[in-house]
Design a protein around this ligand. Sequence first.
Ligand code: ASP
Length: 383
Amino acid sequence: MMGASGLVMQAMKTQIIAALAATFAFLAPVAAIADNHADEHGEDAPRWSIAIHGGAGTLSPDNMTPERRAEYEAALQVALDAGAQVLKNGGTAMEAVQAAILPMEDSELFNAGRGAVFTWEGENELDASIMDGRDRSAGAVTGVTTVRNPILLADKVRTESPHVFLMGEGAEQFAVKQGFDVTPPEYFYTQRRMESLERMKAEALSSLDVDHKFGTVGAVALDSQGNLAAGTSTGGMTGKRWGRIGDAPVIGAGTYADNRSCAVSATGWGEYFIRVGVAQEICTRLRMTLYREAYASGGDLNDQHRAWMREQGVVQKAADAVMAEVKELGGDGGVILVTPDGDALFSFNTTGMYRGRATSDGVNEVAIFGGEEGSGTGNTPDH
Ligand code: ASP
């Protein structure tokens, strides 16, 4: 016979078992989902991936000749292939980002290096930044006028100086010390960019009116060691003055890389990207979402949580949400990003963005206008 205390114990046991059963019933579907996706994360995730951009803006097939379009697509393909080749050969994400940006800096088509826009005073002031997701080391330069490839100088700031951000003459002195050639200003003179400046002045237009697009270049990459990197390079905005600096060289705004979350490079109306802190904001949202998911399921962060994140499309949603904030404030532009899982995504709120992506899974595509990707994912043009 069971005494009174025995009955109480029995009742308690029953309650505990019921509570545990309820808990497991709640957890079971989550565990099942996680199991399904563990494979997806492990075997199927791309080993390396890269995304590039050459600026965003009001781009439509109607205001671009087929020849011009082909020219841009070919230039994007050259940049994409240069970066992808590095990754295919087992090179680092940092090397791939620079390899992809260099041909775009050397091309007249993009607003970076050779094709940089003019300031109000008729000069070319270049900005660039780069970040290594392994240790979050970063380098950036702004207002540089004598350096042919500012992305290389930004990387030297990262590796050969105790600083992150150098400006103007000081940055140029540092470049000379690092063995960079002094590039004469004529190198950066292009007729097309000068006409934009002249038109802007003559018709009292804004930079957006004369360019209709931004044209900054950038690259983000994941290498086969699982490391991320991001870089961005630009001439800024036509007719800029008073030492104006946009987001491109600002770590956290135009560029960010962190192995724990993602690598981002931005292009667009820099003032808004700085205010939103676009690149870092996207990475932070992803990191916090992952931690929250791990915490909610009561375990340490692991591949299952990352698989859940992929399944839910969290990365695209985070990028779109941050770009929506830019738009809410009145700005426009776009971002490219890659994650440790090999996703290579775009998000832009302009009608087009010069862009491309390649992965070890065989994806290799360049595009200019909204909605061109075959998969139908990865960009969200909304006007
Ligand atoms: N974000 C750059 C800036 O504001 C412009 C661009 O993306 O082309 O300087």
